[in-house]
Design a protein around this ligand. Structure first.
Ligand code: BTN
Length: 245
């Protein structure tokens, strides 16, 4: 369980204060608002209306995964859209520490393990603050994962065969997020650009994005996806990328 009694003693930084917890809720994104301090965190075991990007649902059986949202107040000169990349690097690093396997960031908001999507990040604006939501599939069995997804879904357990204690992973993720968010707030994407580039899932893959086909080149220094098409290099600001396996 991720109840405050179990999770709070593991927290080491300022993220997670306050730590708001409900065993079940519609979505952790709605447990927070701009009145909360930066670093306030909402956690649940089960969402009844979990939200993904592009109006999709985010589904996970009760007690199987990490479902967490955080309040952030980035300075106005930072692109809030980059926060899903910041979160993606944090999740990838934490997944690597937990599993010992290499994880990748699939621009703009997914984390991949063994070519399966194990996590998604969602940044929503709320009254001048950003509510950053992260869903990380931890202990779902293969049969419990959503089947009808464009990118095949996975969990740490489905990839490694091991079950994981979720509370230490959550504590590690909140600390990683705090440290990398602070670095991004001060120096922008440059602060994590090498770690992001080293984990760029799409680089070199054939992709379709924004109606264009091509080969993904890299994530630019301002967080866009550069794609080599027949008519030159385009830089995509946001969108959904379909890729060839
Ligand atoms: C995506 O890949 O489409 C983003 C998924 C984001 C899911 C997380 S789970 C915690 C938070 N609450 C939600 O309803 N969504 C985000």
């Amino acid at each position: 369980m991720l109840s405050p009694e179990l999770a709070e003693p593991l927290l080491r930084g300022r993220f997670g204060r306050p730590y708001l917890y409900l065993p079940q809720t519609e979505t952790t994104q709605r447990m927070l608002d701009a009145a909360q301090p930066e670093g306030a965190v909402a956690v649940t075991e089960e969402q009844t209306v979990g939200r993904g990007r592009m109006g999709r649902r985010w589904e996970a059986p009760a007690g199987s995964s990490l479902l967490v949202s955080t309040v952030l107040r980035p300075p106005p000169d930072r692109r809030a859209a980059e926060l899903t990349l910041v979160a993606g690097v944090c999740v990838a690093v934490v997944v690597e520490r937990a599993t010992g396997l290499a994880a990748q960031v699939k621009w703009p908001n997914d984390v991949m393990l063994n070519r399966r999507k194990v996590a998604g990040c969602l940044a929503e604006l709320k009254d001048g603050a950003v509510v950053l939501g992260i869903g990380l599939n931890v202990n779902q069995s293969p049969a419990e994962l959503p089947a009808e997804t464009k990118v095949p879904a996975g969990s740490l357990r489905s990839v490694t065969g091991c079950e994981y204690d979720r509370a230490p992973i959550l504590a590690d993720l909140l600390l990683e997020l705090e440290q990398r968010y602070d670095a991004w707030r001060d120096d922008g994407l440059a602060a994590l650009y090498e770690d992001l580039g080293a984990r760029d899932f799409l680089r070199g893959r054939r992709v379709t994005v924004d109606g264009a086909d091509g080969t993904a080149q890299l994530i630019t220094r301002d967080g866009r996806l550069a794609v080599q098409t027949d008519s030159g290099v385009i830089e995509v600001e946001s969108g959904e990328v379909l890729f060839e396996r």
